[in-house]
Unconditional design. Sequence first.
Length: 117
Amino acid sequence: QVRLVESGGRTVQAGGSVRLSCEFSGRDFAGNDMEWFRQAPGKERDFLAGIRWDDSEPWYGPSVKGRFTIDRDRAKNTIFLQMNDLKVEDTALYLCAADPPRGARDWGQGTQVTVQG
C-alpha cells in the first residue's frame, strides 16, 4: 500500500518559517518526481516545488521561488519543504505527491499551515 504522510504544519506569524516533511512508502520511487503542492479554500491546487528522487536539481513554482526550498533524505524516504518569510497568503493545506514516469500521482492527505498577520 502506497503511503505519503505529511507532517510539520502549524500556525506561525507572518515572516516566520516552517519545515514540512513527507515520508513515503509502499513502492519503488526511483524515477519519480517528488513534489509539493498547496490548496487554499476556494482556490486551485498550486504547484510549489519538485525534485526527482534520483537526481538533485529542484524546480519551483513562481509563487514561492526564493522563499521555499525542497530537499530529500533518501535514507529516510522523506522529502522536505523549508518555507521562509511566510505571508498570510501562504495559508493553505500543503500536500506532497509522487509522480511516476507512467501512471497517476500518489498523494498524501496534507498538513495545514496557517500564517497570522
